[in-house]
Design a protein around this ligand. Sequence first.
Ligand code: AMP
Length: 539
Amino acid sequence: MVDGLIMDYQLTVPSLMRRAEQLYGSREVVSRLPDKSLHRYRMADFVRRSKQLTLALRRLGIRSGDRVATLAWNHYGHLEAYFGVPSAEAVLHTINLRLPVDDIVYIADHAEDRILLIDEVLLPLFQQIRSRTHFEHVVVMQATKPVPDGMLDYEELLAAEDPAAFAYPEFGERTAAAMSYTSGTTGRPKGVLYSHRAIVLHSLGIGLAESVALSGHDVAMPVVPMFHVNAWGLPFACVMIGAKLVLPGPHLDPQSLIDLLVRERVTFTAGVPTIWLGILQALDKAAERPDLSALHTMLVGGAAAPPAMIAGFEQRHGLRVVHAWGMTETTPLGTVSNLPLELEGASPEEQLRSRSRQGIPMPLVEVRARGENGSVPWDGKTPGELELRGAWVASSYYRSDEQADRFTEDGWFRTGDIVTIDPTGSVQIQDRIKDVIKSGGEWISSVLLENALMAHPAVAEAAVIAVPDPKWQERPLACVVLREGQSATPDELREFLARDFPKWWLPDAFAFLDQIPKTSAGKFLKSALRKQFATEKEL
Ligand code: AMP
């Protein structure tokens, strides 16, 4: 074997920051604050303050490998933590503030977080966990009044540091930079530890034209929270390429978001389908059409993007949706759905069908699906569990006993998603393993039924769950939220579905609800629905 003669340049988060310092100092970062005002500064300010944060953390005793937690919305201070913490060779632990309090206590304890950076507006949440957590220091960001006794003011900490004392650190790219916990719909949340190398390669992946093509010409607004899988890696990627960042803070209602999209002439935005469903309804209702002419890409993932929503944005508002799939364990982007070259001349329906799938794996990520008899063919029909391996896929969970059933002996990660893969390599999610409906020995995909129901003009949201059945083992029950002022009967909806699905797929029962319960990440919380309807059955 002969080694190549190329430098062993280490792929680290501070190297992205150094690039921004050298090349993109004048680019802007805009944040919406809790009082709705806008905070603006330049990337040069961001770099200076991130360096000060690194120095302040060291002064507080943070050493290599220590965990520093955040409880924060999307704003410039959180962005500084994304770079200032890893530049101290410490691990940025973004805690999902929407998790149940017990889970927050559990993960802060499990991660052994030494310091907490918290938004002033989230201090009431801190009061709920205070007596059960063990942070050595609590640092308040965006303080508008003196911080409570025993806590530190983020601005004062930074002001005490001279950024000239900062030297870019040299350490190996396999060092841990950040961590997130899975939302833990079953069992305890599990920690995923991202290496600097994975974050840098994932950032490069986001910039590829073949994936989501983010560039320095973009104005990017991650609606996906910075406490959920690193806001899909967008903060890291934007700093690497000098894209202007627009951070919406705690105001995530459709009107506030539309206002920012228009005002900052956002070109690229990203979030879960629930956010976009709300925005689509607001746009449909708007008396005057807001000027969204700058917006070229809405990246949608985290849950299945209903085809009717993709079509609605495109046909009624000229807005392009790109569907992607990912997980906490995959840093998170795994697959992206762009129209394949082969379908350029296909009918609009066929193109929509293709783009509604979860898409093909990003470069440096490989997919396969396995059923009871091993790998399933890429025929677009045979379901199997999706498995992945690649440059930013987790190799194990952080200090967890639950490894064996998620990582295969030959080094792949088991996602728990049931998919089909078509001959072009495009993945389509059918279900989470635990959500799939097993009826008479065959599988019914709850996701496909939900997508179809959400294409009905009277339906705002739909979640389909399995309910126990003495004859068939399980049968589908559809929980439906109707649009304001609209009506539909179970028979009408069943008839509507019968155009696309075999008779035995059609839900036996419909429940009309005011809203579908959601998880901390804005996805349908089917476990709550199952509980509700199992109980009702017993009554
Ligand atoms: P999380 O780790 O919380 O981001 O959740 C990951 C899970 O969300 C995946 O295993 C999928 O079940 C689901 N998911 C993510 N993206 C999509 C998508 N585009 N379509 C359907 N399900 C998705």
